[in-house]
Design a protein around this ligand. Sequence first.
Ligand SMILES: [Zn+2]
Length: 271
Amino acid sequence: MNENPLSSQSLDVPPELVRDARAARNIVVLTGAGMSAESGIPTFRDTRTGFWANFDPSALASASGFKRNPALVWGWYEGRRRDVRRRKPNAGHFALQDLAKLDGVESLTVITQNVDDLHERAGSTDLIHLHGNLFGSQCFACQRPYVADTPSAVEDLAEPDAEEDRPTPPPRCRRCNGLVRPAVVWFDELLSPANWTEACRHVQGADLVLVVGSSGEVYPAALLPDMAVERGCPVWIINPADGLDTTFRKAWRSTAAVALPALVAGCAKEE
Ligand SMILES: [Zn+2]
C-alpha cells in the first residue's frame, strides 16, 4: 500500500471518460462518503469520538437505539449538525454545476448517500438524498416533518467544544407530542420508496453514471450502477481506493475535488 494514497493519483483525465462525458446528455452522479470527507466531514466511524467513542453505531444510528435512549441519539445528531455547519463544499461539489453546463448536457442528477447539505450549498438542485437529510427533522410517531420555532440563526462557527457533546432530549411533535428525530435513514430502516423509485428512474434514463467517493459496492445503493451497466450505459468509479470492481465498470483512482474539476477542464478543451 502506498503511504500517501493521493500520490498515486493521476491528474490526467482518462481520454475514454472525456469521450463518454462529451457524448452524455443525461448524467447521474452517485456520491458517497469520500465526497464529504474532502470537506473535512468525518466518515460515520470517525464521528464517534470524545463522548461518543464508546457507543456502538447501532445505539446512535438506529430506530431501536432511539427508542432506548432518544436523548443520546438526538445529542449525537446535534453534534454532527454543528460539525457540518462548520464545513464547506469542496471543488468537487462545485464542479458538478460546471459539468451540468457542458454543451449537450440536458440533465445532471446527483444521487447522494451523504446526509450533509454540501451539494445544496454548492448549488445542486436536482438532488436525491438516498439516506435522508441531517438538517431535516420529523416526528418518530406520526412522521410529520418538524420545523423548530426558533431556528438557531446565529451559528457558533468556532472550533468544536467538547462540552457541547452530551445527550440532549429531542423536541416534541406539536401534533401528537411524539419525539422528534432526524430525517435520516437508520441502519435498521429501509430507504424511502419514493426516493428509491426516483433514483431508479434517473439511472434508467442516464447515458453516463459517475460513482464518486464511494466504492459503489454498498447495497442497496450499488444496485444503481449495476442497473446502468445492464443497460450498457458507461459507469465510471472515481475513488482513490484500491480494489474496485472494474469488470464492468471503468475506474479512475482519484478524488472528487481533484477529478471532477479536471474532467470539466478536459471536456472544455478543444480537441
Ligand atoms: Zn407527531
